[in-house]
Design a binder for this molecule. Structure first.
Ligand code: CA
Length: 224
């Protein structure tokens, strides 16, 4: 199991490297956000330990940029016990959060839990965006750790949008793909379904994923 530690304080980075190595993990360290982001995107780590307070590109910016490319589990580390930080971290797609100073056994337990979760989820059966997870097999939708109930049509609509992430879909396209009917004359049904879906998966959260493209349709996108 390969862990990337992004921590600017050399002694803390070394402490983590040594402690984790002793427990059998292969550890790579990065002392800046820029180096860490580069390693995280180009490498194949099983987990990233990410300090929030980094000079230059901070942990939030690293996380946000990483999530546009990869879903590597991220455990955020911070000296601040600030609830806002915690919420912001989760909204940006962090998987867990640990406040410094922490006990090493607690860190190990959190790492084991995250790695186990990563192995269990077959990636092709689960779609991810920011902190949203959609399990195609279990028909389960989770955002920020909260389970969300969707109707079968809402679920189909969300899956379509996520699978064509970044692509603008017209109301007519959506109508024919989700409802299998040609709604040329009346695409109001799509607008109503989008509104219901947004109320469940976007409205309660800071980071919006479904965007309206005026006069065209809708696009699903995690805009950092
Ligand atoms: Ca730091």
């Amino acid at each position: 199991m390969k862990i990337l530690v992004i921590e600017d304080e050399p002694r803390a980075a070394e402490y983590l490297r040594q402690g984790l190595s002793e427990h059998g993990y292969i550890v790579e360290t990065a002392l800046t956000g820029a180096d860490g982001l580069h390693s995280a995107v180009s490498g194949n780590h099983d987990l990233v330990l990410l300090d929030i307070m980094l000079p230059g590109i901070d942990g939030f910016a690293v996380l946000s940029a990483l999530r546009t490319a990869k879903q590597t589990p991220v455990l955020m580390l911070t000296a601040r016990g600030n609830t806002d930080d915690k919420v912001k971290g989760f909204d940006l797609g962090a998987d867990d959060y640990l406040v410094k100073p922490f006990q090493f056994p607690e860190l190990l337990a959190r790492i084991r839990a995250l790695l186990k979760r990563g192995i269990q989820a077959a990636p092709e059966n689960v779609l991810y965006a920011a902190n949203l997870q959609v399990d195609l097999v279990k028909h389960r939708v989770i955002r920020s750790g909260n389970s969300i109930d969707l109707s079968p049509k809402e679920f189909a609509l969300l899956v379509l949008l996520m699978q064509r992430s970044g692509e603008v879909l017209s109301r007519t396209q959506i109508a024919s793909l989700v409802w299998d009917i040609n709604f040329d004359s009346d695409t109001n049904v799509v607008e109503v379904a989008i509104r219901r879906l947004r109320a469940k998966i976007d409205d309660p959260f800071d980071v919006k994923l479904i965007h309206t493209v005026r006069g065209v349709g809708y696009v699903f996108e995690h805009r950092a």
